[in-house]
Design a protein around this ligand. Structure first.
Ligand code: GAL
Length: 694
């Protein structure tokens, strides 16, 4: 297996130590006479890798059991002749028509059991034994025939696992769900207890009575069942990916990698990566921020910068990763009019955004815009004709810039602040609107406050087996609403704090067990002792309550969505109180010293203002203020390798801005020393290697 983040993923693969550009290419969409010219043009533009074949099952198995390899052999010959490297994909995202017609049981269904028919993609279900058999066979065929080709450097499994549809209701899913539950609970008594089926007379007496969630008259289903169902979907997707990865690994050349392009919901991406992949790739479309349907250009909106949030999520899975699809043109299908063509500079900006967050490989979607099918408006680098254009000229310039940035391949994003996440709570917030409201509010507020104040952060996952020692680099961790908590997870949090960390918890913490059932202990349940907090009363804030204020020393905060009224217990200390409505005088923030560190329990959800006050009071805001001063419209990021630090400044504003480099460094685009006041063009970017002595 390739080691994640070891000297740059693609650098190692391409026997160099550098950042690499690629593109997505579809040989099956173009006359063969164009292939060579296309590959040569790509190479001339600095594109060294193509990803191919993810929807091309029928090119290799045009009829059941009838395999023919000539089409891609011919393409791979050309790749080898021209010196192009290839990421080869398994084609299971689009089953062939002969398969779905003869074996409709491979199809996914909606909640009413109506099958999704041929014509789109990802219409299969992971649990159909027939689909598993055919998928295994095609993956075996692809891998056994093509994997030894010298031009191939790695494999992508399927395409965007769990994208578009991440719920499954076919008959195979029903059966597999029962097996999943039997493995988990062993007896119906245990299942009935975990799911609280005494409520509304849902008690099960035979396994066959259990189904994947079905249509009910008011769309309410047992929430504990839905939580397990979500785990089941994740498990099903992971098993499907693992089945493919096991086959590919029998055939791949040493050093070649296995990946997939994520990341999507109802899927434990950490576990999937751990058990099946070498690292994660991501498909980055920041232009969605300019979608016609959702266009928002209000002052203070962070639009395409929101993709930094997604990139931080990918980094939480693989610290150094790749971008399999990076936006390079306008977005649209024949059924969707999405976002306009990137303005001059934006392809560079979004490429550098990806690299700033840890991508060592950036592959543009797609080389030439498709002339047929649903995606005729999802533009690539080139338009239909392939004529020279502004976008390919920009890609060439990006390649030039990367020449001076080679040394930062493999370096790691630097952050002292983390936001703790875990799959149980992410999934619980999907099915529980009380949880969802506080979670959404706090996640948005924390992200925005961190972004705007130029405070880099990581998402930090609390999974089974997480070791608090891995968190030592974080000065402060926010874990806004750990609704579900377990004894083991409390232990990890406690160990982090004892060793000197600061942990900030928000309202609604600790009131559910792992089945999603509410606990009968005093709240916040398993977190009461750690946080030195008791919650005698709580409520969501009534619409007529107006602004519910909180006084924390000299700072005034406003509560958001919910109010836990707090009292200190043990060594807990009241830091802030509510100052309005009937909440006035009740505790709003408790601190508790534990070992060398401290826990804060904040009785409400964050808004941008309160998040910022926490960053200030905990003295973690704007950590690079001695290095650089930039306006709010810019993002900054630092990647670090040993003693070397690389500063990225990204201007998301279409107007020029003034920045001040307060330390000297080398501008990696020009190789020249820089310091002091600098002008950054609209959508301009800058990458500076900081001088070591400072
Ligand atoms: C991605 C997908 C590509 C293409 C693109 C544009 O999500 O992986 O295959 O469909 O979107 O729609």
């Amino acid at each position: 297996m390739n080691k994640k983040g070891n000297g740059g993923i693609m650098g190692v693969i391409l026997e160099g130590n550098r950042l690499v550009l690629g593109t997505c290419y579809y040989p099956e969409h173009w006359p063969k006479r164009l292939w060579k010219e296309d590959l040569e043009r790509m190479l001339a533009a600095g594109i060294e890798v193509v990803r191919i074949a993810e929807f091309a099952w029928s090119k290799v198995e045009p009829r059941e059991g009838n395999y023919t390899y000539a089409f891609f052999d011919e393409f791979l010959d050309l790749a080898e002749e021209t010196g192009m490297k290839v990421i080869f994909c398994t084609p299971t995202a689009t089953p062939p028509a002969w398969l779905t017609e003869k074996y409709p049981e491979v199809l996914n269904a909606d909640i009413n059991g109506v099958l999704y028919r041929h014509g789109a993609r990802r219409h299969y279900n992971y649990n159909s034994p027939v689909y598993q058999k055919f998928s295994g066979q095609i993956v075996e065929a692809f891998a056994s025939h093509y994997a030894s080709r010298p031009c191939i450097i790695g494999w992508q499994i399927d395409n965007e696992v769990n994208c578009e549809k991440n719920v499954f209701y076919s008959e195979s899913d029903n059966k597999a769900f029962r097996v999943f539950l039997q493995d988990k609970y062993e007896s119906l008594e245990a299942l009935n207890e975990a799911w609280g089926t005494a409520f509304w007379n849902q008690t099960y007496t035979e396994w066959e009575e259990i189904h994947v969630p079905r249509k009910t008259y008011n769309d309410s289903t047992n929430p504990h069942e839905v939580l397990d169902y979500t785990r089941f979907v994740s498990d099903s997707a992971r098993r499907f990916v693992k089945m493919q990865s096991n086959i590919i690994r029998k055939y791949i050349k040493p050093g070649d990698f296995v990946t997939t392009n994520g990341i999507f919901g109802n899927l434990d991406n950490h576990q999937m990566t751990e058990e099946s992949l070498d690292f994660m790739m991501y498909d980055s479309y920041p232009n969605f921020a300019y979608c016609l349907n959702d266009y928002c250009d209000a002052p203070g909106e962070i639009k395409d910068r929101k993709w930094s949030r997604n990139l931080a999520e990918v980094r939480a899975v693989s610290p150094v990763f790749g971008i399999m699809e990076q936006q390079s043109g306008a977005n649209g299908w024949n059924t969707r009019m999405e976002a306009p063509t990137p303005r001059p500079g934006q392809i560079t900006l979004w490429t550098m955004q990806s690299i700033a967050h840890g991508a060592d490989y950036v592959s543009y979607f797609r080389w030439r815009t498709c002339t047929m099918g649903t995606e005729i408006y999802w533009h690539g680098i080139l338009d239909y004709s392939g004529r020279e254009n502004r976008r390919i000229a920009e890609v060439r310039q990006i390649h030039e810039k990367l020449q001076g940035m080679k040394e930062l391949a493999g370096s790691a994003y630097e952050a002292k602040v983390g936001i703790v996440r875990d799959y149980d709570n992410i999934w619980d917030a999907q099915l529980d609107v009380w949880h969802e409201r506080v979670e959404k509010a706090s996640q948005q507020a924390l992200f925005k406050a961190l972004q705007i104040s130029h405070t880099p952060f990581d998402y930090v996952y609390l999974n089974d087996g997480t070791n608090a020692k891995d968190w030592a680099k974080y000065q402060v961790l926010f874990y806004p609403h750990a609704t579900i908590i377990t004894r083991e997870r409390e232990d990890v949090l406690r160990a982090y704090v004892k060793a000197g960390g600061t942990l900030v918890l928000g309202c609604r913490s600790g009131y559910k067990n792992r089945s999603g059932r509410c606990v009968m202990e005093n709240l916040p349940g398993l977190l009461a002792d750690l946080s030195g907090t008791d919650i005698p009363e709580y409520s969501f804030i009534a619409p007529d309550a107006g602004e519910v204020t909180i006084q924390w020393g000299d700072a005034k905060l406003t509560a958001n969505v919910f109010a836990d009224l707090l009292e200190p217990i043990g060594e807990g200390k009241q830091e802030a109180v509510y100052t309005s409505d009937y909440y006035a005088g009740s505790g709003a923030l408790i601190s508790n010293k534990v070992g060398k560190g401290k826990v804060y329990y904040y009785g409400t959800a964050f808004n941008e203002g309160s998040a910022r006050i926490f960053l200030e009071k905990l003295d973690i805001i704007t950590p690079y203020r001695d290095v650089v001063h930039v306006p709010e419209s810019c993002e900054i990021a630092v990647r670090r390798k040993g003693e070397d630090r690389y500063l990225f400044v990204l201007n998301y504003d279409r107007n020029p801005v003034q920045i001040e480099l307060r330390q000297r460094g080398i501008d990696l685009y020009t190789g020249k020393e820089v310091s002091g006041q600098r002008k950054l063009e609209g959508y301009g970017t800058m990458v500076v290697k900081l001088s070591k002595c400072q």
